[in-house]
Structures are given as C-alpha cells and as structure tokens.
Design a protein around this ligand. Structure first.
Ligand SMILES: Cc1ncc(COP(=O)(O)O)c(C=O)c1O
Length: 359
C-alpha cells in the first residue's frame, strides 16, 4: 500500500487507524452478520453509534447539558439557510462578519429570511485580514452574530472568538472544528461539515444551545428544516456511514489526548510550514501574518508558471492536492488534525529543494 501525503482541503485525509478499523468492520459489523450500513437506523447497533458520537462530541468539547447535537445532511451550505430560517424574520436582525467566500454565501442566504447587519467586511482587502474586536460594529438587538472561524479558501482564521456584541455567536466551524477547544459559553450554535476535520462527507454536525433555541422565530418552518425536529429524535434516515466514521474519529481524538493535544500538534505543523514560507521571498504568504490559518496554509510563488511546475514536481514526490482554490489560484496546503507531521515535514523538505533548484 502506498498512501500519499494528502493536503486536500476537503474531503480531506483521515487517520489511517480509523480507516483500517472501518475496513475491518465494513463487511460484517461486530459479529452481526451484516454491515452497519445494511441495518436499520433504528436498530440497537446504529442507535449505539449515534448516541456514542453525540456524547463523545459533548465530552471532547467540554460542553454542558444545555447543548444538543444533531447529525444533519445537506452540507454546511444548508446551514447557511437553516440558521436564518430558524432565527430570523422581517423584524429581526443578525450580525454577520464577512471574512471570505463562505461567509458571503451565509450572508446571501440570511438575507432571504431577515435583516443582516454586516459587522465587518474583508472583501475590499481581498479577504486577507481578520478583524480585531474594535473593527466590528453591531446592530442593536441582534439575535446572533455569525462568523466563519476558519476561511478555507483564503487561509485566514480567527485565533480567538470575536467580540460577541452581547449576543450568542453562531459559527461556521467547518474547516477548523475540533482543532482546538472552544469557549462554549460564547456560542449559541456551531455547525461544521464533517469532511475536513471530522470524517467523510455526508454529515454536518450541528450543536445548538437549548436556551438559544428558545429564541427561535414563531412563524412556521418546514418540518425538516426546524432544528426542534432533530433534537432527541431521528426524524428521517441519517447518513449512517458518515456518523459511524465521525464516531471513530472522535474516539481517535480522545486517544490522542483531546483537543489540547491537537492545539500543540497543529501549532507545530503550522510553524514548520510558515517558517519555510518566511525564510525569504521565494514563497510568499497570501494573507496578513496575524490572520494566518493553522489549517489551510496559502502561498504563492514568483509566477503562475513556476506554481504549475511546483505542483507537478510535488505530485511526483507523492505530495498531492496542493493546488489553491480555483477562485484564488496559488498553492494551498490543508493540514487538518489527521495530516501527519511527517507529511508536513515531507512538504517542507520538498519546498527547500525546489527553492534551491529554482531560486
Ligand atoms: C468554511 C466552510 N463553510 C462551508 C463550506 C461548505 O460546505 P459543504 O460543501 O458541506 O456545504 C465549506 C466547504 O469547503 C467551508 O470550507
């Protein structure tokens, strides 16, 4: 078997031990004579997986019992609409911090349901900046403040929660969820597509605080889009395989020492890579230094031609999925929890050699 050094932004690399465990259980699940994905989602086996994944998530985050967990479908993109549909109407306003393409998409959907106050927009600066609290403005009486904790495309990240404006935070945490602890007190709702840090595509994890859900709007919401439909209840068939995998990844996170252990490992990987980028101006980071993401490291070379050569020679060394997002170009190395330090080291070694040859 030859596994590559995979820097995909998502679906992203998963821990090898998790893949191997899933492989060993796929055809026959724990002596039951069939695969878990061939069994009823209301049976004993899946119920156990679903409940275990929920309680592991609560425990890994250190969340209190005011929090509910849902495993939903439709991707994080559905949450752009679902959050607004549940909490906004023509009389209500939410603050939105616009730090990239995903934030902008969330804003577009929210405007279909209620009033959006843009607390900050980084668009003019090409989304290379993360605002400080003093740059944020808030509407009076907002229901929530929405932000994107990590901007997968541009390679920026909030290193601490933004000021809350006195209202609960709603966070699209898709691309840095479980890479570090969160100050749960500040949040009302957190959502994340699993396919970066948490498992395969197909499930979106949504955590909601019960006391925040009390602020739900009173007008009718289609049943499947109403958060209350999914709390303590499987309304319809969940993405059973994806939730099973999320449960295995959570078990792996626990075994590695929980979120604080990942802070250390993720810091080390990011420092290694940014250190190489900053060595001279052969590689150029694309965002402000204090906005840099520890998950998606974006940089450019002297010309697009040189970037093409870089990508092609990297692939020859089994360093793959390094092409920047199609909307911005350049190079992007996604180094989520499951990306091994040895993969980052292999990339850095390649970058050194490439500079020597072409610098
Ligand atoms: C920060 C962020 N939000 C939302 C999305 C959209 O997620 P999905 O494809 O699950 O709808 C992505 C996908 O890359 C993302 O990176």
């Amino acid at each position: 078997m030859k596994r590559v050094h995979n820097f995909s932004a998502g679906p992203a690399t998963l821990p090898l031990s998790v893949l191997e465990k899933a492989q060993s259980e796929l055809v026959e699940y724990r002596g039951k004579g069939s695969s878990l994905i061939e069994m009823s989602h209301r049976g004993v086996e899946y119920t156990e997986v679903n409940e275990q994944a929920k309680s592991r998530l609560i425990s890994v985050l250190g969340a209190d019992d005011d929090w509910e967990v849902m495993f939903l479908q439709g991707g994080a993109s559905t949450q752009f609409m679902m959050v607004a549909h549940n909490f906004l109407n023509n009389e209500r306003t939410a603050n939105y911090i616009d730090t990239g393409a995903w934030s902008a998409k969330a804003i577009k959907e929210a405007k279909l349901f209620g009033n959006v106050h843009t607390a900050f927009s980084g668009k003019e600066g090409n989304y290379s900046h993360i605002p400080t609290d003093s740059e944020l403005t808030f509407a009076d009486d907002a229901v929530y403040t929405h932000f994107t904790s990590n901007n997968t495309i541009f390679g920026t990240q909030f290193h601490t929660e933004p000021a809350t404006g006195g209202v609960p935070l709603v966070c699209d945490a898709s691309s840095d969820f479980l890479s570090r602890p969160l100050d749960m007190e500040k949040y009302g709702l957190i959502y994340a597509g699993a396919q970066k840090n948490l498992g395969p595509a197909g499930v979106t994890v949504v955590l909601v605080r019960k006391s925040f859900l009390e602020k739900q709007r009173t007008e009718a919401i289609p049943t499947i889009l109403n958060y209350n439909t999914h709390i303590n209840n499987l309304f319809n068939t969940p993405p059973v395989f994806s939730v099973y995998m999320v449960n295995l990844v959570l078990e792996w996170i626990e075994e590695k020492g929980g979120l604080n252990a990942f802070v250390k490992m993720n810091d080390e990987k990011a420092n290694l890579l940014y250190g190489e980028i900053d060595r001279d101006d052969f590689y150029r980071g694309t965002v402000e230094n204090d906005a840099r993401s520890k998950m998606n490291v974006t940089f450019r070379l002297g010309s697009e031609e040189l970037e093409k050569t870089f990508l092609s020679e990297a692939a020859d060394q089994h360093l793959v999925a390094l092409k920047g997002h199609r909307s911005v170009g350049g190079i992007r190395a996604s180094i989520y929890n499951a990306c091994e330090r040895s993969s980052v080291q292999a990339l850095v070694d390649f970058m050194k050699a490439f500079r020597t040859k072409n610098g």
